[in-house]
Design a protein around this ligand. Sequence first.
Ligand SMILES: CC1=C(CCC(=O)O)c2cc3nc(cc4[nH]c(cc5[nH]c(cc1n2)c(C)c5CCC(=O)O)c(CCC(=O)O)c4C)C(CCC(=O)O)=C3C
Ligand SMILES: [Fe+2]
Length: 323
Amino acid sequence: MGTYDALLIVSFGGPEKPSDVLPFLENVVRGRGVPAARLKEVEAHYQQFGGVSPINQQCRDLIEAVRPLVDLPIYWGNRNWHPFLTDTVRQMAADGVQKAAAFVTAAYASYSACRQYRDDIDQARAAVEGAPEIVKFRNYFDHPGFIAAMADHTAQAIARLPEAVRGDARLVFVAHSIPLSMASTAGPTGGAYQAQLHHVAHLVSKSLGISRPYDLVWQSRSGPPEIPWLEPDICDHLEDLHKRGTAAAVVVPIGFISDHMEVVYDLDVEARDVADRLGLPMERAATAGTHPAFTQMIANLLTEPEPTPCPLTCCPTPRRRPT
Ligand SMILES: CC1=C(CCC(=O)O)c2cc3nc(cc4[nH]c(cc5[nH]c(cc1n2)c(C)c5CCC(=O)O)c(CCC(=O)O)c4C)C(CCC(=O)O)=C3C
Ligand SMILES: [Fe+2]
């Protein structure tokens, strides 16, 4: 407590112009066996948005919103695109930073959401002489600040529905799908990714006073088709809800903390198309973004005791596959 001399934001990174898209995607999928056809599709999603992912600007906005709340210099580095984490850690060392707290823009356990960011931090530190110590915050999915932000945005989404269906709207929580093998090894004893997401879905519903059943479904499936991932997909699920006579759906992306490309494409384009075709009233809740409860959460995490390091068996690295 009170021992940090900098706050480091660690994020995924995204392209900011059309010519960034391919090299960015190559960084993301290196050694991960994502089929070429899937990559072509995703490339088209980015180009449809002018080759610009919203995620980097969202990190800048988050930093500006957090700056008045913390008494520390704030740095920012990404896994897959500029500013690269290694360059940021080099700058931190040059500035004489000794010990930084790291806020990762992913709230949950699993290799992709937690361990891979830890590895990024370790690799960046290993590449920089005199690198500062970097303490990653705990997985903050159940922090009251995150829950409050998501509950607030969910209430706003419900209020945007036609009045007649508001009271019956089905809450459809959604997160990034991951391979079943990754899900089964998430957290110290496995299954933590789904368990944490279920917990958040429960807490958000509860804080809205909604006791109706809700769903937890998945988006943005990648990887080779023969490898099983978490299902059902949000689009199939909307079809299913419609068949069952559901009056309306409020899609709540609890798996992400900003409205980046996977949100604005996979939900606001793809899932929206499905809902419109079905005539199913649907609203999408905003992610936490720069909600004041969420930015205050980041400041509050700085005052928590240092988290105990994860066991080595937690969220292990998947076997790398040839592309
Ligand atoms: C759990 C999880 C999160 C949440 C935690 C977190 O936030 O980190 C997340 C976030 C994100 N994923 C993102 C983008 C991509 N993810 C891909 C591929 C993959 N994601 C996976 C998982 C996750 N991903 C996995 C298991 C793969 C398969 C390849 C592999 O094993 O690594 C691909 C490759 C193409 C494809 O989609 O197939 C892209 C382009 C962006 C940036 C969006 C923007 O640019 O605005 C963000 C924030
Ligand atoms: Fe992803």
